[in-house]
Design a protein around this ligand. Structure first.
Ligand code: ADP
Length: 535
């Protein structure tokens, strides 16, 4: 007789199939299903295990007949009842066809309650030809009050022990699957080591974090791979390494450390280490979870930079305004008209500076929340540049601005007010950061798709390593030359947001102590109208 299996719910282990199949066969059954009791198992994990040698299509009928039957709520060991001819026909039809027989046999449905000292395990329902009895029922022994023989009871005890072991091993397999899935999909890096600190697992998050592949690090000493250091970047040595400390019984929870990626680049992480011990308390495995906190640290740094920059930027004009205001308020102050005018102008300028700072802060927060709206229209950028430069020279006559704007420069598609702000910011910076050199040049040129505007100065210039940061919020270059120059590190951040909202780019080319050129591009009007250009 050959047995096949189907899965009713969840996974069916081979062990379970063999046990149920063997039991049904010993009970002279033709087909059977084991229903796990909810009493014995968590309802969520309650499953049905089926062993049958019938056409799979007949199973629904079989289950329907069982569903209306007895429930596992008594301790009767064996219940037998005759199936209706219709159900019997559907269940045994294929069998009969295979054997070339057309007549239907009488079939009984039997239910065997399987329990042990720990309680009910479930019910084994099976079908057997009517009138056939298994060896357990034929043994003529003393029967208990339920009419059950001692041999059958023994059989049930054995079956229960086997089924319980099978179910337990199955839940272990599931548990393992769940853990494996957590390990695979965790956003935190996880590595495990054996008792000799050799890596035995390295999850995908760990691969992303360190750029090492699991296959490259398995079996390697974990300390060599991560080269952990303390938060200040000092070597911690093997004894101070998190897993060894966990092995030694110390608590390592969310410790800030610095680890190395494959290319040697170091980054700040928060690590938690734990130890799995044998029954005798010896360390067997170490588990290390690693969370990249570089971004959090950067944000903290940004917050503190923000506070120091803003408080400095607010204090200076407030102090100037207060100083002049108290001089003017003194009753004994007999100022001449010119002296009075100078002081009032200074107060006005400082108030403007405060106003601009608050405006920039609001602007920056709008950019961050994605609320920057552009109202674009065809714009002749050449004439806008001339207007802005004229105004600048009226304000600062010592500054010389040379213009290089081709006569037939194509129009761009842009928000006039915003582009004016970009030009103003770049020109202000060119003056601010060129304390000795007072010549600035502004040039425009057209490419096939864009118009590029450049503002050049011959000022203090920017070191290469600083150039990538100056477009970020609150980023200022801190050195002796810039310390006394006012600024909140927002101008270029705002310029970049505006230019990029137009679909353009802004960049800097600079040589320290020689000067800088800031260039930004805007789409030409006719190109901007193409459907693929999105504003
Ligand atoms: P700030 O208000 O500090 O000027 P920006 O965002 O406009 O803020 O500029 C950021 C930093 O870039 C400045 O603090 C300065 O160090 C540097 N920078 C900007 N423009 C120039 C320039 N033309 N020459 C040299 N350094 C510049």
């Amino acid at each position: 007789m050959s047995w096949s299996q189907t899965r009713v719910a969840g996974d069916l282990s081979d062990q379970m199939t063999l046990l149920v199949g063997g039991a049904v066969r010993l009970l002279c059954g033709e087909a059977g299903v084991f229903v796990v009791s909810n009493e014995a198992f968590d309802p969520q994990s309650s499953e049905e295990y089926t062993v049958y040698r019938l056409n799979e299509a007949t199973l629904p009928t079989f289950f329907a007949s069982i569903a209306g039957g007895v429930q596992p709520n008594s301790v009767h060991l064996l219940v037998a009842e005759k199936l209706s001819p219709a159900v019997a026909a559907s269940v045994l039809l294929r069998d009969d066809e295979e054997n070339g027989r057309s007549e239907l046999r009488d079939v009984e449905r039997c239910s065997l309650f399987v329990h042990d000292a720990a309680g009910m395990l479930g019910v084994l329902h099976y079908l057997r030809p009517a009138g056939v009895h298994s060896c357990f029922e034929q043994v003529d022994e003393s029967k208990d009050t339920n009419g059950t023989s001692g041999v059958l009871r023994l059989f049930v005890v054995q079956l229960a022990a086997g089924l319980r072991a099978a179910l337990q091993s199955q839940s272990l397999v599931k548990e393992q699957g769940r853990l494996a899935s957590i390990f695979q999909h965790s956003t935190e890096g996880i590595l495990t080591v054996d008792n000799a600190l050799r890596i035995i697992d390295f999850n995908p998050a760990m691969e992303r974090l360190t750029a090492w592949r699991e296959s490259e690090v398995l079996g390697r000493f974990y300390y060599d791979v991560l080269r952990p250091r303390d938060r200040l970047g000092n070597e911690v040595g093997l004894q101070g390494s998190p897993i060894l400390q966990a092995f030694a019984g110390q608590q390592v929870i969310n410790r800030e450390m610095v680890i190395a990626a494959r290319d040697g680049q170091r980054f700040t992480v928060s690590v938690t280490a734990s130890c799995v011990r044998s029954a005798r308390g010896e360390p067997m495995n170490g588990i290390l979870t690693v969370r990249d906190i570089t971004r959090e640290r950067e944000q903290e740094e940004q917050r503190s930079t923000f506070i120091s920059v803003i408080s400095h930027e607010l204090q200076t004009p407030i102090a100037i305004i207060k100083g002049y205001a108290s001089t003017l308020a003194r009753t004994d102050a007999m100022l001449e008209a010119e002296a009075l005018r100078i002081r009032l102008t200074a107060i006005e300028e400082e108030a403007d500076r405060l106003n601009k700072l608050v405006g920039n802060l609001l602007y920056a927060s709008r950019i961050q929340s994605g609320g920057l709206q552009m109202e674009t229209a065809p714009l002749e950028i050449g004439s806008l540049i001339e207007t802005v430069v004229r105004r600048l020279q009226a304000r600062s006559p010592v500054v010389t601005v040379t213009l290089d704007i081709p006569a037939n420069l194509p129009t761009v598609m842009a928000d006039r007010d915003r582009i004016e702000e970009v030009l103003q910011n770049l020109l202000d910076n060119a003056i601010k950061y060129s304390p000795r050199q007072r010549t600035i040049s502004v040039a425009c040129r057209a490419t096939g798709d864009e118009v590029i505007t450049s503002v050049s100065d011959a000022g203090m210039g920017i070191a290469l390593r600083e150039q990538q940061h100056i477009f970020d919020r609150f980023q200022r270059i801190q050195n002796t030359a810039t310390r006394t120059i006012p600024g909140a590190g927002l101008g270029l951040y705002i310029c970049r947001a505006i230019v990029e909202a137009h679909g353009g780019h802004i960049q800097v080319e600079s040589t320290l102590h020689e000067g800088s050129t800031f260039s930004f591009s805007l789409p030409r009007e006719e190109k901007a109208q193409l459907p693929m250009v999105v504003f």
